[in-house]
Design a binder for this molecule. Structure first.
Ligand SMILES: NC(=O)c1ccc[n+]([C@@H]2O[C@H](COP(=O)([O-])OP(=O)(O)OC[C@H]3O[C@@H](n4cnc5c(N)ncnc54)[C@H](OP(=O)(O)O)[C@@H]3O)[C@@H](O)[C@H]2O)c1
Length: 352
């Protein structure tokens, strides 16, 4: 999307000349002068939120609200979550290895496959030929061509349910990576920041609610075994700045669709990412939590490549099913890069 953001850390709002087609590949933290930042807005909403890292902070497994709110909040579960980071705990590892699913190649449809995270998921799936057969949904022939133009890439509009029917036929799982895209416009008189709007037919209510509902319905009718959705942190706060963009209430509609998915009865994995970074994946320790607790810490961002990997690992691990969680990462060099995804998912819970 044309808006890169890092929750409560810094949102990079593209300069008007960087309108949507010219997507920046730069991380919002490394390109501070390319556009206006949203730091001031974040500060207005949550002054002094730059909490320090703490061994007992929400960014650690041990004390995150995820564990505190867990329906199975037993001491043994807490110690499992803690020891998930300690490969020496063989008991935990034997448990998590049992939860790994063994199956043939899954046919997986990625929607929003022309988007930045969606493309990464699609390409990763294509690389893993023994495990997956990848399909993608894009919105235009141009995006299809950019993905190689093969028959496994379908052109469809998620706001038009009938356009999805061929793409979902015969799939085992779906990964939803569509999102409404706020478009920057001229600043209001006396303001410096651009205003935002959504294209006709592309408002969050249409894309993130109705469009996601259409996808869930189509996938369910096709008999999928799992739907993975990548959403966004911040949704517990109706006054979050993202909800104000173009008066779109984007996080409200994303959460509405997430609840619809949970209620659908289809096994689900809902990944609510922090601010997305265009950085290399596999280099960071990933952190899971819930209820936007991470937004009160400095652990609020995550590389798109890591989000893509988590989405794929969710398809391979039983412990990711019927789970909804926030996802961020520690800074590179801090902690150990996450490799044991079964343990990561085991530290998450179901329900909103
Ligand atoms: N940006 C951040 O910092 C941030 C932070 C946390 C969470 N997130 C969430 O993470 C997810 C991935 O973000 P991203 O920045 O990688 O996404 P993105 O690049 O904006 O991709 C969104 C995709 O949705 C597609 N789309 C929109 N409307 C559609 C429609 N009616 N029919 C079919 N496809 C449609 C777009 O198609 P086109 O390519 O044709 O436009 C685009 O490919 C999103 O849900 C986003 O809200 C983002």
């Amino acid at each position: 999307m044309s808006l890169s953001l890092v929750h409560q850390t810094q949102w990079q709002v593209p300069a008007l000349s960087q309108a949507r087609p010219a997507r920046s590949q730069h991380c919002c933290l490394t390109q501070p002068l390319a556009g206006l930042t949203f730091r001031s807005v974040a500060a207005l909403i949550t002054p002094n939120r730059r909490a320090k890292h703490s061994p007992s902070g929400a960014n650690s497994f041990s004390a995150s609200p995820l564990q505190r709110n867990s329906p199975s909040n037993s001491p043994s579960n807490l110690s499992s979550a803690l020891s998930a980071r300690d490969p020496s705990n063989s008991a935990l590892f034997s448990t998590t290895s049992r939860s790994r699913i063994t199956m043939g190649a899954q046919k997986v449809l990625v929607t929003g496959a022309g988007g930045r995270t969606g493309k990464l998921v699609y390409e990763k799936l294509k690389e893993r030929t023994g495990e997956f057969v990848a399909r993608g949904v894009v919105r235009s022939e141009e995006k299809k061509a950019a993905l190689g133009g093969g028959d496994e890439v379908y052109v469809a509009d998620i706001t038009n349910p009938s356009s999805l029917s061929k793409a979902v036929d015969g799939i085992d799982a779906m990964v939803i990576l569509t999102s409404a895209v706020p478009v920057p416009g001229p600043p209001a008189p006396g303001e410096q920041r651009p205003t935002f709007s959504f294209a006709e037919g592309g408002r969050p209510e249409q894309v993130d609610w109705e469009g996601q509902k259409n996808q869930i319905d189509a996938a369910k009718a096709a008999g999928v075994k799992q739907i993975v959705v990548v959403g966004s942190m911040g949704g517990t706060d109706v006054n979050h700045p993202l909800n104000k963009l173009g008066n779109g209430n984007i996080l409200v509609f994303k959460r509405k669709a997430e609840q619809y998915l949970i209620d659908s009865g289809v096994p689900y994995t809902i990944i609510r990412a922090g601010g997305l970074l265009d950085k290399e994946g596999g280099k960071r320790e990933l952190v899971v939590s819930k209820d936007d607790a991470l937004l009160k810490t400095t652990t609020r961002a995550v590389p798109r490549a890591d989000v893509a990997e988590v989405a794929i690992q969710a398809l391979l691990n039983d412990s990711a099913k019927n789970k909804a969680f926030d996802l961020a990462s520690k800074d590179e060099g801090e902690g150990e890069p996450t490799k044991d995804f079964a343990s990561l998912f085991s530290a998450t819970t179901g329900g909103m």
